[in-house]
Design a protein around this ligand. Sequence first.
Ligand SMILES: Nc1ncnc2c1ncn2[C@@H]1O[C@H](COP(=O)(O)OP(=O)(O)OP(=O)(O)O)[C@@H](O)[C@H]1O
Ligand SMILES: [Mg+2]
Length: 374
Amino acid sequence: MPVSVDVLRITYSVTGFDNLNRTTMRLTSISLENFRNYKQISVDISSDLVLILGANASGKTNFLESIYFLSLLKSFRSPDQFLVKSGENYFRIEVKAGMAETFEVVVQTEPILKRAFKLDGQRIKRGLWKSFATVLFVPQDLNLFSFGPAPRRRYLDDTLSQISKNYSADLASLDHVLLQRKKLLEKIFANQARKEELAFWDEQLMTLTMSIGSERKGFLDFLNSRVNEAYKNLTGFQMDLQIEYKTYADSQLTARLREYQEAEIRLGQNLVGPHREDFLVKKQGQLNVYNSSRGELRAQILAIKLLQAEYLDQHDQPPVILLDDVFSELDEERRIKLLAHLSGHQIFITTTEEHHLPEIKNAQIFTVKDGKIE
Ligand SMILES: Nc1ncnc2c1ncn2[C@@H]1O[C@H](COP(=O)(O)OP(=O)(O)OP(=O)(O)O)[C@@H](O)[C@H]1O
Ligand SMILES: [Mg+2]
């Protein structure tokens, strides 16, 4: 028997955004030109719950990817040049959101890569871009637990740069500092520079490590303090999870830089800093991948993403939720709980099979076929 969920009703009764005087971020229209398999489409969005149905390879993920792109100015799965429709030399994404704001990005790939960012029709610099936040759920999220630290750092960076301009600016400075410091390490190794010259870059690296670290710590502490509750809400089961931040942003930083200096010069690599940090998810004190079932891992990542949405609510604005193909792996009860906990947000859900969806009132349903969406 289908269970009916009135998502819109839950929205306002459960989360009480109205009390906080915050409004749900809503996208009201999306237009694409030459984006992936879309030649040209334009759709009006009229609900907080948007379902995108279509066969494999019809363009469902591409559609979500375009929304994600406007949020972070990058795709979650490939560099810009792959986003342009085959045979074309530019793509354009335009989204209207909130109080009739229009966000637009044009990326041209030939003859040279060029990007233009527009807010309400006015060109703005990339550094001033601020659109809407997103939280993305994709089946590959599980990789966050099983691969090396790089995807986990990217996860932190993507989440926090949506909240804080300082954080994005710090990341850009960090790239610069690491590059200059690496060049210097190589020169010192080749006896073309003195060790003392490192002090300048060490100072900068320390400042950035502390400021990036404090933002990362804020988010990871939040996750750690709430993850068991979120897991229980989602599954009904108790779980003993901890989230541990492996940071360099501590009082040991100077000592570590000193300790690693010889090795850094020998290798010509920056061995200490935010670019080497990580976080671990542990279940009963052990790394979760060693003692969790696949279903448990999936629920853990969902719990983390739900908390991510909540963190964005608190620090920025309610993010737009993109659920790509995640329902097929969840049972009916978890699907309903997931949606209930995401209430208060505009949610885009893709699926190949309509029966994967709980019966939902007030949803807007699109069907994707042959690069058309209607
Ligand atoms: N740059 C591009 N130009 C034209 N077509 C592209 C481009 N990039 C990807 N495609 C095509 O877009 C189609 C739809 O891809 P998409 O990932 O959106 O599928 P999907 O509907 O999410 O399918 P699935 O259910 O398998 O996840 C694919 O056939 C893919 O080959
Ligand atoms: Mg897909």
